[in-house]
Design a protein around this ligand. Structure first.
Ligand code: RFL
Ligand code: PHB
Length: 412
């Protein structure tokens, strides 16, 4: 069902997608008096219950604070000063704050971020239409593009100055540009993640990422009462292949180390996630700007997807703000280039973490030794650990984005 608001036909920024990117953009614009309409094709209940990310970089927390949407996050978020990597039971702690001059990460579920942003949007009485599916966009080369969408069985149009494509990996925005305009780059991995939420206090204060010869495992958390855990599984597996006993048995084996036990509890939810790296370049076509998963996907091993979506959103917001308030279009013109520098840095780190920590049945014995040597370097070199720490907390990506002198490859 849609909200009870009158259905708008014209706005300044038409936003497709009511995930973290679209909702945050709408709020930041609203604070500056710039109008927007958010079109979201799922129901509110569905959007608020999709289990996804949990790890927020400092820049993401700051953006949510700037948007006035961090009251609960500041109360309930769990700040982490370090993270643990494990290799066949041998653990190595990366002291994040110590290695980065104070930066850490915050655990606060994406579901909660989305609930906070939706509540805030509805409180401002600004348009957020659920079950409103954008079907196509017209006139992107004119100064008034039009988004066509279906709502309650009827077709509607929304005219705007700019379109923000925040509609995730399966959205329509990216497909609106002429064939061949966007270049795409991708990589899939020969394994998936099976993720669970368990009603049990976390068995660790800090996240544990484990390589094991039986495959990857991750111990994360949602609160002092709930744990979030993942195990690497095969691409052909379904949830039915993973009864609770099998999941716990693998988690014990893969996360285990001498003198530590993993507590079990009722499993509330199980989902399987494919692992994929994907980049669209550039991130703008005429008056269409892509942000978040609509433009790029990373495998979740680095905890980066949501953080990249928020970083794009901030960049796009700032570009739109200076356009409307100062008549300055430089931010809009530079949007894609500034994002791309950060996107490739984050892609590289997510790929590094993924390949470091998963068992890849397609790898040769030689490559498996290299993988172990990479892990060993982390345990013996503070410099190597610092590189991981700077990437994990988001510092490295911010520096990449600001390195404007770095030339972009011709193809971009
Ligand atoms: P979203 O969240 O996919 O939102 C896009 C929204 O657009 C809607 N939509 C449409 N609306 C109208 N018309 C259409 N035609 C539409 N087509 C689509 C969709 O219904 C949806 O609501 O994209 P956004 O906003 O860019 O946000 C990206 C993040 O959701 C994503 O990157 C993260 O969840 C990735 N991720 C993680 N990111 C982190 O930063 N830290 C983590 O710890 C982390 N862990 C994860 C993750 C993703 C995971 N999965 C399930 C993929 C762990 C997992 C398991
Ligand atoms: C999560 O808490 O869901 C989570 C944390 C870190 C990751 C991925 C997922 O790298």
């Amino acid at each position: 069902m849609a909200t009870t608001l009158e259905i708008p036909t014209r706005t300044q920024v038409g936003i497709i997608g009511g995930g973290p990117a679209g909702l945050l953009l709408a709020q930041l614009l609203h604070q500056q008096g710039i109008t927007a309409v958010v079109l979201e094709n799922r129901s509110r209940q569905r959007v608020e219950s999709r289990q996804r990310a949990g790890l927020l970089e400092q820049g993401t927390v700051d953006a949510l604070r700037e948007a006035g949407a961090a009251e609960r996050l500041d109360r309930e978020g769990l700040f982490h000063e370090g993270v643990i990597l494990s290799y066949n039971g041998q653990r190595h702690r990366i002291a994040l704050t110590e290695l980065t001059g104070g930066a850490g990460v915050t655990i606060y579920a994406q579901t909660e971020v989305v609930k906070d942003l939706i509540a805030q949007r509805l409180a401002t009485q600004q348009p957020l239409l659920f079950e409103a599916e954008a079907t196509h966009i017209e006139g992107l080369t004119t100064d008034s593009p039009v988004i066509h969408y279906a709502l309650d069985g009827q077709q509607h149009t929304l005219a705007c100055d700019f379109v923000a494509g925040c509609d995730g990996f399966h959205g329509i925005a990216r497909r609106t540009a002429p064939e061949g305009f966007f270049k795409t780059y991708d990589k899939t991995y020969p394994y998936c993640w099976l993720g669970i939420i368990a009603q049990v206090p976390p068995s660790t204060d800090e996240l544990i990422y484990a390589f094991h010869e039986r495959g990857f495992a991750l111990h994360s958390m949602r609160s002092s009462e709930r744990s979030r855990l993942y195990v690497q599984c095969d691409v052909t597996d379904t949830v039915a292949d993973w009864p609770d006993e099998r999941i716990w048995a693998e988690l014990h084996l893969r996360l285990g180390t001498a003198g530590w036990t993993l507590s079990e509890g009722p499993i509330l939810e199980k989902t399987i996630t494919p692992m994929r790296s994907f980049v669209t370049a550039p991130m703008q076509y005429e008056r269409l700007f892509l942000a978040g998963d609509a433009a790029h996907i990373v495998p979740p091993t680095g905890g980066k997807g949501l953080n990249m979506a928020v970083a794009d959103t901030r960049q796009l917001f700032e570009a739109l703000r200076t356009h409307y308030q100062d008549g300055d279009n430089r931010g809009l013109l530079d949007y894609s280039a500034a994002c791309m520098r950060r996107v490739w840095r984050v892609q590289e780190f997510s790929n590094y973490m993924t390949e470091l920590l998963h068992r890849n049945p397609e790898k040769s014995a030689f490559d498996q030794h290299l993988q172990e040597a990479r892990f060993q370097l982390l345990t013996t070199s503070r410099a190597a650990s610092q590189v991981v720490a700077e990437n994990y907390v988001g510092l490295a990506a911010r520096r990449a984005s600001e390195a404007a002198e770095w030339p972009l490859p011709q193809a971009l």
